[in-house]
Design a protein around this ligand. Structure first.
Ligand code: ADP
Ligand code: MG
Length: 673
C-alpha cells in the first residue's frame, strides 16, 4: 500500500543518483520530501508601475526599447543596462554582474523582470530575468538546494510526489486541535507550503506547520515522562529519622529554596517511579548540600550512589565537600579519578561491588566504564547542560536503576528549559543563602588595563587572589586561544614579577591542570590566567577578583558563570569586564552584566539577543532541527503546544494510540520513544 513513509526511490523518475542527491538534503522518504519546505517565497506578480513604492521588490513586464549596453569596471565587475517601455512610461533597467543576459535582451522583445524599484532614478535593479512568460502572477517557493539538486528539479520532484501521494496524506493532528486553532488540514497545509497562491495562504500553512512541529516534540517528551511515571521500580524506602538527623548536622540552616527542592527529590525517591529530575540553581545557591541530602537518603535506604561531574578538579572538590558534610555519619564515599593508583582503584571497585562503599564520585567516565555496583539506587550528574535529551537517553539505558538527578548551574530560561528538559521534572533553587555580598561588576576599556592591574595588585597585597580569563572561541579550545592565554600569562608574569602566576588551558594534561588548580587553591598561585576551562563549579573562596578579557566575545550566561567563580566567601568580590565592543548590542550586553546578577534574567536576555545556538551547545542536545518553528520566536506557540500535549497525555485522550504509532514512524527527530 502506498504511504508517505515510502522511500523516495518509489517515485517515478527517481533513480539511484537522485536518491543520493536527495539523501544529501536529508531526504529519504516521500514524507521527508513533502516536508522539505521552502525557506522563502518570491512574489513575482507583474504589477502596474503606478502602485509601486520605492525599494519594492516587484516584477515588471515591458518592451525593450534600446540595445543593451554592457560596461566593465573595477576589474571583473560589470553592468548591463537598457530602457524598458511599460505602456506609455519608460524606465531604466540595470543588472549588475549578469552581462551574459545581454543576448536575451534584444531590442523589441517583450520581457518580464524581477527586481528592486528605485523610485528616484526610475530604475529597476534587475535580480532575475523571468523571460517572456505570459502569466500575470507567479508566487513561487524558494528552497535550500545543493550543487547536484537544483531548484527546478526539486520543485518538480515535490510536485510529482505531492500529486502522487496527496490522496494518502492523512491528518496527523487531533480534531480538537484543528478546530481550536482553525488549522488547515495536513494535505492542504503541505500543498500551501509548496504551492501557495499568495503570501496569505503560505502564512496559514506555516502557522499550522510551526505548531505541528512543536506539538509533536512536546508530545514525545510528555509521553516519555508519562511512561516513566508508570514504571514501578524505583522506590527507595529510606529511614526518615536518620535523614533528619543528618540534616541537623549541616552547619548552616538550609534556605527555603533548598528545603523545597530537597523535598521534591526525597518525594521522588520514595515514589514508586524512577526519578528524573533537573535541579537548577545559580552558582553559589548551594546545590552540593542538596545533593548530599539525596545521597544520604539513598544510602539510608541501603543503596549506592554514583556521582558524576565533568572534570577531575570538580570531582575532587565535591569529594572534599561531601566528605566533610558526612563526617558525623557512617556513609562511606570514594573518589575515582585518573590519578587513582591501579591498586587503590582495584580495591575501590571491589568495595563498590561488595557494597562497602556507599557513594562513588568521579568524572563522566564512571558510566562509560561499566563499573559494577552492589546495588545502585541513584545517579547524580552535575553540570548536565552539556548533555542533551539524547545523551540522557543513552545514560538512562545504561543505568540499572533509573533514579537520576541532574544538576546545572546554568540558569536556563523557563521557556527554553521546558524544551530542553521537557521530559524531566524540574526543581529550581531561586534564592541564595543569606548574607551573600553583591559582586561589584565594572566594565572597562582595554585602554584602562593599567588601572585594572594596579587594582589587582592592591587586592592581592591584602592576601586575596585573582582570575584572569582569556576568551575561548571554539568548543574545542583552538590553538589560537591557547596562544592568547599563553601571551597573557607572559604579560601578567612580567607585570606581577613579585607574585606567583599560573596558567590553565584545555590543551594541558589533566594532571597538569589539577596541579595548577591545587596550587591556586592553596594560595601558592596568586593570579590564575586561564581560558574558560575554569568555568564550571570551581570553588576558591579566597579568590575575589575576576578579570575577563574581551568580555564582549562571551555570552551573558557564560559571563555570569565566570563571575560566579568569585564571591564564594564572605569577602567583597569584584568582576571586571575588559571590552571594547564595536556594536550597540555589545555595549548593551556589558551594561546588562554590570547591572544584573540574576542568572535567569541574564540568560533570558542572552537568548533574546543571541539566539539559542550559541549558548547551550544545542546542536548536540538532540533537540530536532525544526524546519518551520523557532523556539524563541515562536515561544507562545511552544507554550500552547506544550499545554495541549500535556492535556492530551493526562486525559489519556484516545489520540495517544495514534500518536505512538506516528511518532515512531516520524523521521523528524532522533529521540526514541
Ligand atoms: P553551587 O554548587 O550551587 O554553586 P555550593 O553547593 O557549592 O553551590 O555552595 C556554595 C557555598 O555556599 C558553599 O560554601 C556552601 O557551603 C555554602 N552554602 C550552601 N548552602 C548554604 C546555606 N543554606 N547557608 C549558608 N551557606 C550555604
Ligand atoms: Mg556546584
Amino acid at each position: 500500500m502506498k504511504s508517505i513513509y515510502d522511500r523516495v526511490d518509489t517515485l517515478k523518475s527517481v533513480g539511484p543518483k537522485r536518491v543520493q542527491d536527495l539523501n544529501q538534503l536529508g531526504i529519504e522518504t516521500v514524507e521527508d520530501l513533502l516536508l522539505h519546505f521552502p525557506f522563502r517565497y518570491e512574489d513575482i506578480q507583474i504589477r502596474d508601475l503606478t502602485e509601486v513604492l520605492d525599494q519594492d521588490k516587484i516584477s515588471l513586464k515591458g518592451t525593450i526599447l534600446t540595445d543593451p549596453v554592457v560596461s566593465f569596471y573595477a576589474g571583473r565587475k560589470n553592468r548591463l543596462s537598457f530602457r524598458l517601455g511599460i505602456g506609455a512610461q519608460v524606465i531604466n533597467v540595470v543588472f549588475f554582474n549578469q552581462h551574459y543576459l545581454k543576448d536575451k535582451c534584444q531590442i523589441g522583445l517583450e520581457i518580464a523582470i524581477y527586481g528592486k524599484w528605485e523610485e528616484k532614478r526610475q530604475t529597476l535593479l534587475g535580480m532575475k530575468l523571468l523571460g517572456t512568460a505570459n502569466q500575470d502572477t507567479e508566487f513561487s517557493a524558494v528552497y535550500h538546494t545543493t550543487k547536484s539538486m537544483k531548484q527546478a528539479t526539486l520543485v518538480k520532484l515535490i510536485k510529482q510526489s505531492f500529486d502522487d501521494y496527496k490522496d494518502v496524506i492523512e491528518e496527523v493532528l487531533p480534531d480538537e486541535i484543528l478546530d481550536k486553532y482553525a488549522f488547515m488540514d495536513y494535505m492542504h497545509a503541505i500543498e500551501n507550503m509548496h504551492f501557495p497562491e499568495n503570501q496569505q495562504s503560505a502564512n496559514e500553512a506555516r502557522r499550522r506547520m510551526i505548531y505541528q512541529e512543536l506539538f509533536f516534540y512536546q508530545l514525545k517528551l510528555n509521553l516519555l515522562k508519562y511512561e516513566r511515571h508508570k514504571t514501578k521500580t524505583g522506590s527507595l524506602k529510606y529511614d526518615t529519622n536518620k535523614l533528619k538527623a543528618y540534616i541537623d548536622t549541616i552547619p548552616f540552616s538550609l534556605t527555603n529554596a533548598q528545603k523545597k527542592v530537597s523535598n521534591d527529590i526525597c518525594r521522588d525517591l520514595l515514589a514508586p517511579f524512577d526519578m528524573n529530575r533537573l535541579l537548577q540553581g545559580d552558582v553559589g545557591s548551594g546545590k552540593t548540600v542538596v545533593a548530599s541530602i539525596a545521597i544520604a537518603a539513598c544510602v539510608f535506604s541501603g543503596k549506592q550512589v554514583a556521582f558524576m561531574v565533568p572534570t577531575e578538579i570538580l570531582a575532587q572538590q565535591h569529594y572534599k565537600t561531601i566528605q566533610t558534610l558526612f563526617q558525623g555519619t557512617s556513609i562511606k564515599i570514594g573518589l575515582l579519578t585518573s590519578s587513582t593508583t591501579v591498586k587503590e582503584r582495584k580495591q575501590m571497585l571491589l568495595d563498590v561491588l561488595n557494597g562497602q562503599l556507599d557513594c562513588l564520585i568521579g568524572t563522566h567516565a564512571l558510566i562509560q566504564e561499566d563499573i559494577q555496583f552492589y546495588e545502585l539506587g541513584l545517579i547524580i550528574i552535575d553540570e548536565q547542560h552539556r548533555f542533551g535529551v539524547m545523551q540522557r537517553q543513552k545514560l538512562n539505558e545504561k543505568a540499572i536503576f533509573q533514579n537520576v538527578l541532574y544538576m546545572t548551574a546554568t540558569p536556563i530560561p523557563r521557556t527554553l528549559s521546558m524544551t530542553l528538559f521537557g521530559e524531566m521534572d524540574v526543581s529550581v533553587i531561586d534564592e541564595l543563602p543569606a548574607g551573600r555580598q553583591k559582586i561589584i561588576t565594572r566594565w572597562v576599556k582595554e585602554q584602562e588595563m593599567e588601572k585594572v592591574l594596579e587594582f589587582m595588585k592592591r587586592e592581592i597585597d591584602k592576601g586575596y587572589q585573582a582570575y584572569m580569563i582569556t576568551p575561548l572561541i571554539e568548543e574545542s579550545e583552538a590553538l589560537e586561544d591557547v596562544q592568547n592565554a599563553q601571551k597573557m600569562y607572559e604579560y601578567i608574569s612580567e607585570y606581577f614579577y613579585e607574585y606567583s602566576v599560573g596558567l590553565l588551558h584545555g590543551k594541558m594534561k589533566a594532571d597538569e591542570k589539577d596541579d595548577v588548580m591545587k596550587r591556586f587553591k592553596q594560595n601558592n598561585i596568586h593570579i590564575l590566567v586561564s581560558t574558560t576551562v575554569i568555568e564550571v563549579g570551581v570553588d576558591v573562596p579566597n579568590a575575589t577578583i575576576m578579570v575577563i578579557q574581551d568580555a564582549e566575545r562571551f555570552g551573558l550566561a557564560q559571563l555570569h558563570q565566570l563571575r560566579g567563580r568569585v564571591g564564594r566567601g564572605d569577602k567583597q568580590s569584584y568582576c571586571i569586564l575588559v571590552a571594547n565592543p564595536k556594536t550597540e548590542q555589545g555595549k548593551q550586553r556589558m551594561a546588562i552584566m554590570v547591572e544584573s546578577q540574576d542568572g535567569f534574567y541574564l540568560s533570558q536576555k542572552d537568548l533574546e539577543m543571541r539566539g539559542t545556538g550559541d549558548i547551550f551547545g544545542l546542536k548536540q542536545s538532540g533537540i530536532p532541527d525544526f524546519s518551520c518553528a523557532d523556539i524563541i520566536r515562536d515561544v507562545h506557540i511552544l507554550n500552547q503546544a506544550r499545554q495541549d500535549a500535556m492535556d492530551i497525555v493526562h486525559s489519556q485522550n484516545p489520540y495517544i494510540k495514534n500518536a505512538y504509532e506516528l511518532l515512531r514512524k516520524k523521521t523528524f527527530d532522533k529521540i526514541k520513544l
